[in-house]
Design a protein. Structure first.
Length: 288
């Protein structure tokens, strides 16, 4: 492995064409590959044991120019093929409006219900996201779930591709740290019940407020489609319905915002109960 013999400067290079095709869901599904872009996202991938098969870089577009070379060398040492690119070539592959000069290609990380089951403890917290349509919302849910110390995100009856580059971007690379399982709602509910999870369906039609219920045990927070909410399966068969109180004229929240509120109510309760301990504050000049 190692760098290509020379900088890739041709827009017709077959490697470049392959990366561009990965913007299409059909090609991602066919190849089992995905792309991730940006220093933070790729660093978090490596930090969590994920190794891309290819890493394309363009020094002309680096944000800092000091951290990127070490990241490239780290990926190369782990077995990734690394390729230097001219700016026009990189800009053709990039999906960000302001590219940072780093783009990785690698396998789609997969998790299963059976695989996560042994890792779920007595106070496990999971998010079930049903039929989420917008990649940005799904990515933000992953980011919030990681921040709240959740054990997994289960994506049911998906409407958007989990491996869409905008999911990766909105998750800030947390797709590589958070186990993400894809399954049908009809498969998920009995799985959670079998493990003794309490299932809480988030809906504005509930009587119980989200901070009035105990979120310290094995808890699954169920959130639904941005336009239509949860399906009848969850509305009828979840253990409890909860709502976030709305004091203004709006009668609903963005699904990722609502998920974050629910998650951090669980965090508040767990910290108060001594189940979780918040880490120290980050230093003033922390590099995310």
């Amino acid at each position: 492995m190692g760098d290509a013999p020379a900088e890739i400067t041709s827009l017709a290079n077959p490697r470049v064409k392959s990366v561009v095709k990965l913007r299409q869901r059909s090609h991602r599904d066919e190849t089992g590959l995905m792309i991730s872009e940006g220093y933070r996202e790729i660093k978090r991938a490596l930090d969590n044991g994920y190794v891309p098969t290819q890493l394309f870089h363009c020094a002309e577009l680096f944000l800092k120019g000091t951290n990127e070379p070490a990241l490239i060398e780290r990926a190369r040492a782990l077995g990734a093929e690394t390729y230097s690119c001219s700016a026009p070539v990189f800009l053709k592959m990039a999906y960000r409006e302001r590219p940072e000069g780093l783009l990785a290609v690698g396998p789609q990380p997969k998790a299963t219900l059976e695989g996560i089951a042994p890792k779920l403890g007595p106070h496990s917290l999971v998010v079930v996201a049903e039929a989420i349509e917008k990649p940005g919302n799904l990515g933000t849910i992953l980011r919030s779930a990681d921040a709240a110390g959740a054990d997994a995100v289960i994506v049911c009856d998906r409407c958007t591709d989990i491996y869409n580059p905008n999911v990766v971007r909105a998750s800030t690379g947390m797709i590589f740290s958070m186990p993400v399982v894809e399954c049908a709602s009809a498969e998920c509910l009995p799985f959670l019940r079998g493990l003794g999870f309490r299932t809480l369906a988030a809906t504005p039609h509930a009587d119980a407020l989200h901070f009035e219920v105990d979120l310290t045990g094995r808890t699954a927070l169920i959130v639904g489609n941005e336009q239509f909410g949860l399906s009848g399966l969850w509305m009828d068969d979840a253990d409890l319905r909860v709502r976030i109180p709305m004091l203004g004229k709006a009668d609903s929240l963005n699904v990722s915002a609502a998920t974050t509120i629910l998650l951090f109510e669980a965090v508040r309760q767990r910290v108060a109960a001594g189940i979780a301990t918040p880490p120290p504050a980050l230093p003033e000049h922390h590099d995310a």
